[in-house]
Design a protein around this ligand. Structure first.
Ligand code: ADP
Ligand code: MG
Length: 393
């Protein structure tokens, strides 16, 4: 158990040579400074004792770099890393009381499962009986007791991943770091292991920092999520906060499946202080609490990007209309792709009370729909920022 604090953590990877500097400067999503590639900008994060934090974002956004800095596998360019109040920037990885699980498992192929799991403890001269007790207990938790004498190559991918996790558990670390531990597993196994990690977390009761590019993993596992892009934390919050109040267009589009729909629209302030959105020919009046937030942020009438999740559109009636482009029948729900408002949108419709959803949403069908005012999101057209957030996050 431990509290981990990241204070203005920054990582710059120095250039290999002058040629590399020129090449990298040409890549638009990278911030290149005189010293090198800025991979993690000022990251501020307080991870509470026993909290499960997920770092999520697209490939190259700085997740592994952040995790490796916590582990001590990468130098911290500037800022402070505190574990239980102690600055550990210059403490060797093996002295940080941290265990890490990698995507590649990184097991020793010539050693049995038992030896793989006990190796780190032997190096620390933990007594034999104690090692035996810890290995067996971890094997029990992970349901791999019957494989302790096998070599890794005689195990399935899922079992190998369990061994890798077991090897970390036996060390009884203060902080548990995991870098995309499920990415090499097939979908079914991945879903199963995801549930296992939730159970594991409750049994071993320690602080977790978990890296993934998969928003579903982030949403299901995290107490809080740090969503990153181009080395910058875009928003830090609970899954519910990120889903319900995304700070900007990037977060809005990244969290949620299918993706949030976006439309060009106009946000208009009336004389009496109330607000509405003009979307196509329809007018959507905003609830009072939202008008208050807009007023508090000094927002003025403007062109916006309106966001609405596929599950917050009601079909059947309403003053908006669209044409079915294609429908995907999933059983309990059907995903209807509409051509509407000069753009496209996805609507999730529950099929429970619909007799023949395929027929109702056949290609080319005209559909009337409405969007739920309580669930719309308002983003600045140019800034992409959520207009209801305070200007400085
Ligand atoms: N050893 C390195 N040298 C130079 N640049 C690196 C190195 N490792 C990572 N980077 C760069 O830092 C950025 C973040 O990488 P990384 O943390 O691995 O991203 P993620 O884990 O989110 O996919 C990327 O632009 C990557 O190219
Ligand atoms: Mg990575």
């Amino acid at each position: 158990m431990a509290e981990v604090i990241l204070k203005n953590i920054k990582k710059i990877y120095p250039f290999g040579d002058r040629k590399e500097k020129k090449e990298l400067a040409g890549r638009t999503n990278l911030t290149v400074t005189e010293e090198g590639v800025l991979s993690v900008h000022d990251l501020n994060l307080t991870i509470k004792d026993k909290e499960f934090i997920v770092l999520v974002g697209p490939s190259g956004c700085g997740k592994s770099t952040t995790l490796n800095m916590i582990a001590g596998l990468e130098d911290i360019t500037s800022g402070d890393l505190l574990i239980d109040g102690q600055r550990v920037n210059d403490v060797e990885p093996q002295d940080r009381d941290i265990a890490m699980v990698f995507q590649s498992y990184a097991l020793y192929p010539h050693m049995s499962v038992y030896d793989n799991m006990s190796f780190a403890l032997k190096l620390k001269h933990v007594p034999k009986e104690e090692i035996d007790r810890r290995v067996k207990e971890a094997a029990e938790i992970l349901d791999i007791s019957e494989y302790l004498n096998r070599k890794p190559k005689a195990l399935s991918g899922g079992q190998r991943q369990r061994v890798a996790i077991g090897r970390a558990i036996v060390r009884n670390p203060k902080v548990f770091l995991m870098d995309e531990p499920l990415s090499n597993l097939d979908t079914k196994l991945r879903n199963q292991m995801r549930a296992e990690i939730i159970k594991l977390r409750h049994r071993i009761n320690t602080t977790f920092v978990y890296v993934t590019h998969d928003q579903t993993e982030a949403m299901t596992l995290g107490d809080r999520i740090v969503i990153m892009k181009d080395g910058l934390a875009q928003q830090i919050g609970t899954p519910q906060e990120l889903y319900g109040r995304p700070a900007n267009l990037f977060v809005a589009g990244f969290i949620g499946v299918p993706q949030m729909n976006f439309f060009d629209a106009d946000l208009i302030k009336e004389e009496n202080g109330s607000w509405y959105v003009k979307l196509g020919d329809s007018r959507i009046d905003l609830p009072a609490d939202r008008c208050e937030r807009l007023a508090a942020n000094n927002v003025s009438s403007q062109r916006i990007t309106l966001g609405i999740r596929p599950e917050h559109i009601r079909v059947g009636e309403g003053n908006l209309s669209g044409t079915v482009d294609v429908s995907e029948m999933l059983g309990g729900a059907i995903h209807v792709h509409l051509k509407t408002l000069g753009s496209s949108a996805i609507v999730v419709v529950q099929t429970l009370d619909i007799e023949d959803p395929r027929k109702l949403f056949a290609d080319g069908a005209e559909i009337r729909y409405e969007i739920m005012p309580r669930h719309i999101h308002l983003f600045g057209k140019d800034s992409g920022e959520n207009l209801e957030f305070p200007p400085v996050r």
